[in-house]
Design a protein around this ligand. Sequence first.
Ligand code: XMP
Length: 511
Amino acid sequence: MQKVLVLDFGAQYSQLIARRIRECNIYCEVKPYTITPDEIRAFDPIGVVFSGGPQSVYEETSPHIDPAIFRMGLPILGICYGCQLMAYTLGGTVSAATEATAREYGKTLTHFDTSDTLFSGLPETSVTWMSHGDYISAVPAGFTVTATTGVCPTAAMADRAQRLYGVQFHPEVMHTEYGAQMLRKFLFDVCGAAGDWTMRDYRASAIAAIREKVGSGRALLALSGGVDSSVAAALMAEAIGSQLTCVFVDHGLMRKDEGDEVEAAFSKWDIHFVRVNAEVQFLSKLAGVSDPERKRKIIGEEFIRVFEAEARKIGKVDYLVQGTIYPDVIESGLGNSAVIKSHHNVGGLPDYVDFREIIEPLRMLFKDEVRQLGRELGLAEYLVMRQPFPGPGLAIRVIGEITKDKLDILREADFIFRDEVAKAGFDRSMNQYFAVLTNMRSVGVMGDGRTYDYTLALRGVTTSDFMTADWARIPYELLDRVSTRIVNEVRGINRIVYDITSKPPATIEWE
Ligand code: XMP
């Protein structure tokens, strides 16, 4: 199997590079830049990509690499920091942009030498996505400059004989117009990739890795009924069968009827399935708490305590399995990246977890890749295409303090929203949609009387990877039906608003 190695220098986008490579049907792994040449040799890649990173190559603490890697005869593509590191290590000059004009952030018009392998057949001028304060002022011996911008003398460089390439911009992000094509050219034309790796191969290697790790041990899987944990359950069940127990915790923060639906669906599977009703336990821990991060941490911890208690009942359970996916990891703050919110299963985990190890077989995948894997495992389409529902559930959709009463109001309103969206056939036009009970009350008039009730927010987004999202253009007539029904049928709500912010600057959930 052909493999590509991505070396991570602390970039937020390392996994995005890996994902772009997988999209070319090439197996790929991300490893830290501290890897040794011997370890690289043992991994046996057909090519290496250096990621970007937040530092300057000439700082004392910045990540460096053993220069021997450049003598291994492997094709290398350096991106942003990776490009600067290549230049610096091989004798070029990297300078700090002293004038603001030499720094580039965002979309930048770039001019390419289309006789270079990476850019052949592409337009001579196109938009790239830049994010750098340093620049390469002199390329190393043997290299030529293959792209420039109005302010950057080296937007790309190449030493074709040594198969070493560097780009100052980020080809992995969508904003670089021909970024995907440039990566393809590196992979196929420089590294000689065949592009014959598929999700079926991923499934096979994931199953082999799980079997090797678990051996004859037992594992407990945290099942929520959502796409991620369902796909993880199917994968684990195929790998270790009866050594697996799937535990579904009904924390009282599920949507209307959801607990029973999950139980009905998974009781039919050929797995050990356990439902734990823990509403009282969760709501008592959350009583009086209004800070979103605290809510997330409390829920993350309570989940673990319930799983530990179930594991003790089963006996000799070494592994806890979670359906964590890559955006959960990155948004919880990984390496040098900032904490956006502590996803309950990553940043929300307590310090002490009474399992030998946590297994996360989907940790490197993006949502749409998880869906692809689910199909590969034969999961029903309705399950694979379910909209995501966060582990902390309605706790992060009731803004401020949580009470059973507020949860019940939200459950009814959210149900009506989903019902009307489905009836209108608009469910396939949005990737996630839900209601949020705000903590704000306002004055209304109903049946000639004054009301002072909650404002409900509706949220609908379109997105492919949930890392960025746009607000969904829901037809006014549909919004009108939802609004009329909710204020008429749900007590405690007298005003409805629709959230028209994208991510960024907002996030999908409100907390
Ligand atoms: P945000 O709000 O960060 O959400 O834009 C991105 C996606 O992640 C889901 N989400 C979570 N999922 N545990 C989860 O399992 C969590 O703690 C969590 N927080 C957010 C969110 O519903 C959206 O699909």
